[in-house]
Design a binder for this molecule. Sequence first.
Ligand SMILES: *[C@@H]1O[C@H](CO)[C@@H](O)[C@H](O)[C@H]1NC(C)=O
Ligand SMILES: *[C@@H]1O[C@H](CO)[C@@H](O)[C@H](O)[C@H]1NC(C)=O
Ligand SMILES: *[C@@H]1O[C@H](CO)[C@@H](O)[C@H](O)[C@H]1NC(C)=O
Ligand SMILES: *[C@@H]1O[C@H](CO)[C@@H](O)[C@H](O)[C@H]1NC(C)=O
Ligand SMILES: *[C@@H]1O[C@H](CO)[C@@H](O)[C@H](O)[C@H]1NC(C)=O
Ligand SMILES: *[C@@H]1O[C@H](CO)[C@@H](O)[C@H](O)[C@H]1NC(C)=O
Ligand SMILES: *[C@@H]1O[C@H](CO)[C@@H](O)[C@H](O)[C@H]1NC(C)=O
Ligand SMILES: *[C@@H]1O[C@H](CO)[C@@H](O)[C@H](O)[C@H]1NC(C)=O
Ligand SMILES: *[C@@H]1O[C@H](CO)[C@@H](O)[C@H](O)[C@H]1NC(C)=O
Ligand SMILES: *[C@@H]1O[C@H](CO)[C@@H](O)[C@H](O)[C@H]1NC(C)=O
Ligand SMILES: *[C@@H]1O[C@H](CO)[C@@H](O)[C@H](O)[C@H]1NC(C)=O
Ligand SMILES: *[C@@H]1O[C@H](CO)[C@@H](O)[C@H](O)[C@H]1NC(C)=O
Length: 735
Amino acid sequence: MANHGAILFSYAFPTLILTLSFFLCKAIDENRTIHIVYLGSLPDNEVYSPTSHHLGLLQKVVDSNSAANFLTRSYKRSFSGFAANLTDRERERLANMKEVVSVFPSRILHPQTIRSWDFIGFNEKIRRNASVESDTIIGVIDSGIWPESESFKDDGFGPPPKKWKGTCEGGQNFTCNKKLIGARVYSSSSESARDEQGHGTHTASTAAGNTVKDVSFYGLAGGTARGGVPSARIAVYKVCGQDGCPSDAILAAFDDAIADGADIITVSLGSEEASLLQYDPIAIGAFHAMAKGVLTSNSAGNSGPDDSSVSSVAPWILTVAASSTDRRIIDKVVLRNGTTMVGASVNTFKLNGTNFPLIYGKDASSNCSEIEAGSCSDGCLDRGLVKGKVVLCDVTSGVDEAYVSGAVGFILRLDYDDVSEIVPFPTTALANKEHSLIKLYTNSTKDPRVKIQRSEEARDTAAPVVASFSSRGPNSILPEIIKPDISAPGVTILAAFSPIASVTESLQDTRRVKYSILSGTSMSCPHAAGAAAYVKAFHPDWSPAAIKSSLMTTASPMNVSDNSSAAGEFAYGSGHINPVKAIDPGLVYEASKEDYIKLLCSVLDQPDVRLISGDNSTCSTGSDKGSLQDHNYPSLAAVVTPNKSFSLKFNRKVKNVGLANSTYKATIFANSTQVDVKVVPQVLSFKSLNEEKAFDVTVAGKGLPDEVQSHVSASLVWSDGIHSVRSPILIHNKQ
Ligand SMILES: *[C@@H]1O[C@H](CO)[C@@H](O)[C@H](O)[C@H]1NC(C)=O
Ligand SMILES: *[C@@H]1O[C@H](CO)[C@@H](O)[C@H](O)[C@H]1NC(C)=O
Ligand SMILES: *[C@@H]1O[C@H](CO)[C@@H](O)[C@H](O)[C@H]1NC(C)=O
Ligand SMILES: *[C@@H]1O[C@H](CO)[C@@H](O)[C@H](O)[C@H]1NC(C)=O
Ligand SMILES: *[C@@H]1O[C@H](CO)[C@@H](O)[C@H](O)[C@H]1NC(C)=O
Ligand SMILES: *[C@@H]1O[C@H](CO)[C@@H](O)[C@H](O)[C@H]1NC(C)=O
Ligand SMILES: *[C@@H]1O[C@H](CO)[C@@H](O)[C@H](O)[C@H]1NC(C)=O
Ligand SMILES: *[C@@H]1O[C@H](CO)[C@@H](O)[C@H](O)[C@H]1NC(C)=O
Ligand SMILES: *[C@@H]1O[C@H](CO)[C@@H](O)[C@H](O)[C@H]1NC(C)=O
Ligand SMILES: *[C@@H]1O[C@H](CO)[C@@H](O)[C@H](O)[C@H]1NC(C)=O
Ligand SMILES: *[C@@H]1O[C@H](CO)[C@@H](O)[C@H](O)[C@H]1NC(C)=O
Ligand SMILES: *[C@@H]1O[C@H](CO)[C@@H](O)[C@H](O)[C@H]1NC(C)=O
């Protein structure tokens, strides 16, 4: 089955490395890897020549005169830095230079693989401002795009917006149009912006694809496909090739997208774990985007439901979790004794004939251990035993090889059955309980037989629920900033696809489609980007923070959705996205570039903060240093020591963007036995638009129990009778 952005770890043996380096010191020293050297903002200097500056710095550390041979990229349009092939020693020397903020290896990030819009109350009839929307440019940093897709046709589009400064350099046989206005390629393994994987086509069409009627995946998930802002333009930055998406390419894409004039950037990519901000390419790119008024939407990651698994942690990014919609795709298996079990897979195959004999992998192998055989591992199944039968396996992998050995179908086991993925053969995937029942059936019946049906749609009344795979908080880098920020649809999403890509990862699967179903925070991220663009079309002058605030404070509360002991806010942040409400939030929590700089002061040294800000910012010291807790974030969080009573004060201010004359009252929703929350003042009266008012929130409690994930949550709602401006408050014990 398609993986959710799994990463291969390579384990090194320390002793071996020590021994080798003892003998091969010279050779190891010559080992070069691509690093990113981040220098912060571009100097405000007309005569500044970034490339010669970059070469000059490199020249100081490489032994030869051939610095140019090692320089692989220069970032010079929106911020300053470069990528170079460096030895460890060169890396250290660069990192110690005062004009360098950080040096870090370029790592490989991964893609974090329609009715979904209707499901969030965003139907085709909602109010739009098509003329402004068509001046909106969505920058999509992904695996490229399929330019001929109907979702990107330019019928009815005028020329690109005047502010557009990009180009169409999509390679051979790649043409842009008035909808798809730009393309650039950074992936070293491909010369064309054409999408070979389908992922970038899917995300671009979710954010801003045209309205295309009557599409489906072999009759499943049928309906109208459309992006959040169908009139907006798309600019594509291809950073992912077959081997993933290198961070040096991602930074180059940000450098261009910002300078090209993108209004919103969507990045459905990530790594398996969070990095410090100065080593995180998406955080760095998004910071400079924010400084130019551009909001970045980023997938939270697909490493859930473990806690602290969210990899997108920067406060200037809109970090998006993935949740279900009311449409599920299920797949039934009928036992010959008449019992039907419901599995989770997208199975478009119809098994001919009625009942097929069922055999357990363990009973179909002469060569392998019981565990391997039960898992239907490669090479374990005996052709003679499985031919013409349905094979029961204990895992979700291994079907490719087994199919080749003649099996007609598969029953697999899932840890979490909330997500159905496309299967390459007739297959159903059952949750543990049903899977054990089937096992029992194979053993208790002389001639067990089953029929695997074609998938069908079912209504899910519990939706929206955060998907099991969606990465959770707490934020391991800045625990006072709740991440993810928001949840959006990301389960079994139908959108445009690349007609040359396989719909599954199976080599045996020859199906090619123009619209396909994918799940992941990769799919929820462009939903949020589309929603952000929709808000921006109504409020072109709003800051990234204001747009983000409006999406967060109008989000619908969600239910705690899994069995983990973690707070629900760690799964969905402020809640489920509601774009229609977000265009009229009433109040917004603003944050300027200076506010984010102040926040950086709490995690970086002043010289590095100055390089990033590009000005003479000073970090205050001592008691005035400012705490993360006081950053004007639209949600409130703090970390406390277990078993110790606490009294925490959060300073916030809100800006009136609703009605000029308005009075807002604060209401606290809390579990009063554990915390006491006070807001001062409790009433905010505004006389004009854009007026700002400060308030503070004090949260006091007797102490959290000293347990894993102990937390207490509440929420603050400012209401004027028309608008409801909601912020979750989360006090937890986990760094
Ligand atoms: C970086 O240098 C190494 C030699 O240490 C070489 O094998 C590698 O191909 C170089 N990478 C690039 C992208 O030039
Ligand atoms: C769209 O927005 C523009 C600029 O804000 C405004 O002049 C125009 O009246 C709006 N049109 C509609 C239909 O709201
Ligand atoms: C251009 O690409 C399209 C889509 O893959 C293909 O159908 C067409 O034949 C290509 N044209 C040329 C000249 O390569
Ligand atoms: C079922 O039969 C049809 C028509 O004979 C055939 O096209 C199809 O491939 C068969 N399906 C399977 C799963 O064997
Ligand atoms: C069992 O393993 C042997 C050696 O690896 C291999 O030659 C043989 O084909 C295997 N038998 C089956 C039934 O897979
Ligand atoms: C069936 O029972 C046998 C013997 O009790 C056991 O070894 C085997 O694992 C069982 N198979 C299943 C599918 O539970
Ligand atoms: C069929 O077999 C399964 C597994 O043993 C069992 O749970 C179920 O009750 C049986 N159904 C009928 C109708 O006997
Ligand atoms: C939460 O779940 C309960 C019980 O299933 C349900 O009654 C309630 O409506 C749900 N609330 C939301 C916001 O979905
Ligand atoms: C949640 O708990 C229930 C009851 O303990 C259990 O049946 C279910 O499998 C659990 N779900 C997950 C996703 O762990
Ligand atoms: C920083 O301050 C120095 C001394 O006051 C001044 O000369 C310089 O122009 C300032 N730089 C910037 C970027 O503002
Ligand atoms: C706001 O209310 C005051 C007092 O009710 C009134 O005098 C004033 O005209 C109102 N201003 C606006 C902009 O509606
Ligand atoms: C409030 O806290 C108590 C004690 O921890 C807990 O038992 C109860 O379920 C909580 N109630 C709500 C509504 O969260």
